[in-house]
Design a protein around this ligand. Structure first.
Ligand code: 0A1
Ligand code: ZN
Length: 882
């Protein structure tokens, strides 16, 4: 087989410190039209124990060396080797300390990978995590090399009146010839992945925040010209994040300035560079006419997430990339808590659990499975995964649940106290909680190393004659692709024994293991708990708030479950009970061959859903979640094997029709309760009302077979939330109706010049169900506004097609796969990171029925044999096939 970029496997077990110690660096970055020159001056010390003849070996990537000096003198050619990806310097001076000057030249305009220094809409900007700094200059580009940076940027004044970097601003001035400069000084030691500069003609909104200890911080958000008014909500979210981190974790901001820049071309959501967060503009820019409630929530979360990284990520960083979850899992946990406090805890949790089940569970149960802390990788960019982020957050949440709020806070305080300024490891993180709570977490730590979703099996026994209730819990873990072990782990199971009036009975176990308050601390493969005098047979409400990321197996009667859906004092579990029931029924109907049942959910379950939707005593956002059925892909995962996406889709469609028919009057009422022209406010309560009204509109239109109801709403909606929801009803429920095309045309004309809205327009069409979709997508792919160079746009059409459109992507004739393969290859030549991420759409391929599996296998092995594949895409393809 011909292979070019195979990539070496990097192993955690091979970790060792650098031979030399970096002390500090002064970077001069000269920006010109068409090129950039970088001068770096690094103070270096030989580490005690390093051999006197050891060479200094630095990382590079597509670099050209322009000069190299040691202590002010040019290095002789015989004393160094410089290739695009490595600089090796030999015969270093015997002195303990020396200064290395390295000059490189790069072309930001040609950097389509968007890693390192590149240009977006004329703006110079950087993305250095994980290994982008080595695309700017030769360096120890690894997270355990922490030093202070001083940066001088020189640039043309007209193209770049604004010059930004990390830390606090220093001197600035004119250089003549239409050029100017600015110096930035970051006193905090940091790894290279947190380095950033931005230079461009940007607009700014400013504000300030006074920390609890009285320091005034100057806040700035920079955007493209004419867009800064769309950054007001982001600024508000930033100030709320700063206040929350002081309140909840005692963490204050530590520099005089905090800047955010919104960039149109960005691979991920955003980046937490010290004092200079760079964002995908999708997570900054908003107004009611162009953004939905979901977008508002997204901006709030990402702003908070990046800000929280200042402590969990920057002040305490990762020793190596295997420890990525140390900063990411913890920071996702923190942003989830922020959202729960700022919005609604139950609705927040429902959202996180949906995401976990739809993104992380499939990953953890398929070929791309890996532990939260992986032991090896070929391409680190492919490990910014749902497992590292979302399961990583679940592990922190489990520690919080096991320890309780006080000990958890003590542990976090100890973490900040003990490791401030460190590049730390997961072992050190777990240890602070063991020390703070004087407890042994070794069985818990297995969660970081063992891949896969455990199964938690619940059995109950009630002995009426003695009024004795016995609860048995068993955990098991299947050995999956990662082969990382299946030992029993410590996990928290939050539960309640509910009486017929919806009260939690006060009970304590007379026999069994460790229960603290309402949390069972399960640590064995199987444990039983006996409760005496429980006051009659209780309804068991288990795994409340999804207290552990497991597959739950609990044979509970339908009558008990429907009773709990009404009675459970834990609102999260009320949602989960209904959602699980729907999932199971659809999985059953969706795996059946022959005629589809017309009512796969059954009358009682449908009644329960409609009753909950119509219950004005409940939060509208919660009711909207109940009406939002599990996605087809979640049903596919529940079926697990021999999946036919068309059958699942048919079952879900029948279910929706049954709910629509039964709830007709309820939906009519809900629809009328929220007039389409209500004034827009982005707060969570108003968003919840809109979500409920829009869910009702969907059912009303489906129930009556009337697309015109959604069409009408598009015309009279006063905000993007309602407009997009109505358009989505047409696209998803009436994909082939002429009214849908008309609505899409009207929408396009109105928003042609709004990039972020056009992304929505492409994404909706990419996700439209049915076999006719691919033909339309092929046309859209040639649309003048489509481009592969902008990651948001590429994702909008191709990503939504492959990742969110099971019926069209998995067309039985295999055309969807072939089209997608061709797009992956084109994209890979431009931006391998995005191509690799999109290719994960194949991660569940082995669940499909045989014929589709065969077609995917052909596509994947064809790709694997192509010599030109990037190391990013090859890594995903190889692992998916393995
Ligand atoms: N650390 C950022 C996400 C991020 C990760 C990788 C990137 O390039 C490969 C860019 C951003 C976060 O968690 O927000
Ligand atoms: Zn993060």
């Amino acid at each position: 087989m011909l292979r070019t970029e195979t990539g070496q496997t990097v192993k955690l077990a091979d970790y060792s410190e650098t031979d030399f110690v970096f002390k500090d660096v002064f970077l001069t970055i000269r920006l010109f039209e068409g090129s950039a020159e970088i001068d770096s001056e690094i103070r270096i010390e030989r580490r005690a124990g390093t051999a006197p003849d050891a060479p200094l070996v630095l990382d590079g990537d597509e670099l050209t060396l322009t000069h190299l000096k040691l202590n002010g003198r040019a290095v002789a050619e015989a004393d160094y080797d410089a290739s695009a990806d490595r600089l090796k310097v030999r015969n270093l001076p015997a002195d303990d300390e020396f200064v290395l000057h390295v000059g490189t030249r790069i072309v930001p305009e040609r950097n389509t990978k968007l890693m390192g220094l590149y240009r977006s809409n004329g703006i110079w900007c950087t993305q250095c995590e994980a290994e982008g700094f080595r695309r700017i200059t030769y360096f120890y580009d690894r997270p355990d090399v922490l030093i202070p940076y001083k940066v001088r940027i020189e640039a043309p004044k007209d193209a770049a009146p604004v010059l930004l970097s990390n830390g606090n601003p220093g001197e600035s001035g004119d250089l003549g010839d239409g050029r100017h400069y600015a110096v930035w000084d970051d006193p905090f030691k940091k790894p290279s992945y947190l380095f950033a500069i931005v230079a461009g003609d940007l607009e700014r909104i400013g504000d300030s925040f006074t920390t609890a200890s009285g320091t005034e911080v100057t806040l700035g958000i920079y955007t493209d010209k004419g867009k800064s008014h769309q950054a007001e909500y982001a600024m508000d979210a930033l100030k709320r994040s700063m206040a929350w981190d002081e309140r909840r974790f005692g963490r204050e901001y530590d520099l005089d300035v905090f800047n955010i820049v919104a960039i149109a071309d960005f691979n991920m959501g955003a980046m937490e560079n010290k004092g200079l967060n760079v964002f995908n503009h999708k997570y900054v820019l908003l107004d009611p006419d162009t953004a939905t409630d979901q977008d508002y929530a997204g901006v709030e979360t990402v702003i908070a997430h990046e800000y929280f990284h200042n402590w969990t990520g920057n002040r305490i960083t990762c020793r190596d990339w295997f420890q990525l979850c140390l900063k990411e899992g913890l920071t996702v946990f923190r942003d989830q808590e922020f959202t729960a406090d700022e919005r609604d805890r139950t609705v927040q949790r429902i959202g996180s659990v949906r995401r976990l089940k739809s993104m992380q569970f499939p990953e953890d149960q398929g070929p791309l499975q890996h532990p939260v802390r992986p032991g090896e990788y070929r391409e680190i960019n492919n490990f910014y995964t749902a497992t590292v982020y979302d399961k990583g957050a679940e592990l922190v949440r489990m520690i919080a649940t096991l320890l309780g709020p006080e000990d958890f806070r003590k542990g976090m305080d100890l973490y900040f106290q003990r490791h401030d300024g460190d590049a730390a490891t997961i072992e050190e993180f777990v240890k602070v909680f063991e020390d703070a709570a004087s407890t042994d977490l070794s069985r818990f730590a297995l969660w970081y190393h063992q891949a896969g979703t455990p199964t938690l099996t619940i059995t109950e026994d009630y002995d009426a004659s003695d009024d004795r209730y016995t609860l048995t819990l068993a955990q098991s873990l299947n050995q999956g692709a990662a082969k990382t072990g299946t030992e029993p782990m410590l996990l928290p199971v939050k539960f309640g024994l509910v009486g017929p009036n919806g009260e939690d009975r006060a009970v304590s176990a007379s026999r069994g293991g460790d229960i603290r308050d309402d949390v069972i601390q399960l640590s064995e493969a199987e444990e039983s708990f006996v409760f005496e005098n429980v006051g009659g047979k209780p309804f068991l409400s288990v795994l409340r708030d999804f207290s552990a990321p497991v597959n739950l197996v609990h044979a509970q009667s339908e009558a008990d479950r429907l009773a709990l859906a009404r009675l459970d004092p834990n609102p999260f579990n009320r949602w989960r009970t209904l959602n699980d029931l729907v999932g199971e029924r659809l999985a059953k109907a969706g795996s059946q061959t022959g005629d589809q049942p017309t009512d796969p959910l059954g009358n009682e379950l449908v009644g329960s859903i409609v009753e909950t939707a119509g219950d004005d005593g409940l939060d509208p956002a919660f009711r909207a979640q109940v009406l939002n059925l599990p996605a087809d892909m979640e049903i596919a995962r529940l079926i697990g094997a021999n999946v036919d996406p068309d059958r699942i889709h048919a079952a879900a469609t029948s279910a929706r029709e049954a709910i629509a028919a039964k709830g007709r009057s309820v939906f009519e009422r809900l629809l009328n309760a929220t007039p389409a022209d209500a004034r827009f406010s982005p707060d969570a309560a108003s968003a919840g009302k809109r979500a409920l009204a829009n869910a009702a509109l969907g059912y009303a239109a489906v129930g009556e077979g009337r697309p015109d109801r959604a069409f009408e709403r598009i015309g009279n909606a006063s905000n993007m939330t309602d407009r997009q929801a109505a358009l989505a009803i047409l696209v998803f429920r009436f994909p082939d109706h002429e009214m849908t095309q008309r609505a899409l045309d009207i929408f396009y004309e109105r928003y042609e010049s709004e990039a972020l809205v056009l992304d929505k327009w492409f994404a909706l069409q990419g996700a439209a169900p049915g076999t006719a979709t691919l033909d339309r997508i092929e046309v859209l792919y040639r649309h003048p506004r489509f481009t592969l160079k902008n990651p948001n746009r590429a994702r909008s059409l191709i990503g939504s097609f492959a990742g969110m459109n099971p019926t069209a992507f998995n067309r039985a004739d295999g055309r969807g796969y072939a089209w997608f393969r061709d797009r992956l290859l084109e994209l890979d030549a431009i931006n391998p990171q995005i191509a690799a991420r999109m290719a994960t759409a194949f991660r569940t391929w082995r669940m499909l029925e045989e014929e589709r599996q065969r077609k995917i296998h052909d596509v994947l092995s064809g790709l694997a044999n192509m010599p030109q594949l990037s190391k990013d895409l090859r890594d995903i393809v190889d692992r998916t096939l393995a």
